[in-house]
Design a protein around this ligand. Sequence first.
Ligand code: SOE
Length: 397
Amino acid sequence: MKKLGMGLVGPGFIAAHHLDAVRRLGDVEIIGIAGSSLESAKKRARELNAGRAYASYQELLADPDVHVVHNTTPNHLHREVSLAALRAGKHVISDKPLASNAQESRELFEAARDAGVAHVVTFNYRGHALVQQARTMVAKGKLGAPVFVHGRYLQDWLTDERTYSWRLDPKLGGASSALGDIGSHWCDLAEHVTGSRITSVLADLHTAVPVRLAPAESTKAFAKSKSAQRREVKITSEDIASVLLRFDNGARGCLIVGQVLPGHKNDLRLEVNGRLASVAWQQEQPNELWLGQHAQANAVLAKDPATLDPLARGYAHLPAGHPEAWADAFRNLIADAYDWIRRGGTPDTKPPALPTFADGYRNSLVIDAMLRSHAAGGVWQDVEEPLGPQRKKGKRG
Ligand code: SOE
């Protein structure tokens, strides 16, 4: 089989995981990377053993050996780089959130739909075998109708006021910080697992650390900066959020999000209560799915390819008792993306669990409604309907 060539733009923290995932596929060649300058690209290409270094993303896009572009730039560059890649006829795998706001996400969705290429957004938590198991159980009616969908995405890497990230600057990260960065994952997961859509939201946002002593350079997620030089930065975007939710199947829900909460590292938890049974999944214990029952004993389903539903089994690669986690789920998402690319990237060949630009656009509308709800003083706001053609022509990715 001919290898597909991939190029990566934006060689920061997450780039290494994209490269790791494609290396594990075996049938993808890493052609090269572009950063903010030729020097930075050369340095990272050496560090990551990632092929050629390009002086700019435009140079990378002009290379005919690059068939697939991984866009791992900071949020404010997502639109520009993904649009250019789509216009150059490349398949695009973009980090989440798809863009800085719903308007830009819509533009990207339309461009991707019209380009006829594969378009993927990395809502990577979908790639866990037990997330797929939960989704299948809901779809097959094993829980009965979902009535309550709730959970959290809590982190602590922004707790110290001497930590500063570009994600907190609305010009670089977008109007929302915690919701856009991690609330977006939870909302995608909740809709993916339940098969229902969030229709309205009531949000209360808060900035618990309103002034930061920022180092000269933005701190990488989960890292600590030792810089001696500091400047005071006023923070306007939220680091804490509480949101009530309504779903289109009538279910109610709630979500708490925060990135300044000591002790919580990457604490993503989703629980779905149906009329017959409940399931709960936690990112930090990804090999277990809690099954809650009313008239029988509760149970914990372990990740075991032998007992998983056939629809979820493909996401587990090791036998029972051999844990699989974050990097494996990320690889599963990238594997689905390349599978779609090899099948032509048409709407009918998309693997069902793979999140597309349609999902990224939809997700931006949900986060947008949360920002509107808070700005209006904490009142219910409807999530805007995505573009007509996305639904009418059945072109949802
Ligand atoms: C930082 O909050 C971060 O790296 C997010 O940007 C990722 O999307 C999330 O999966 C883990 O935390």
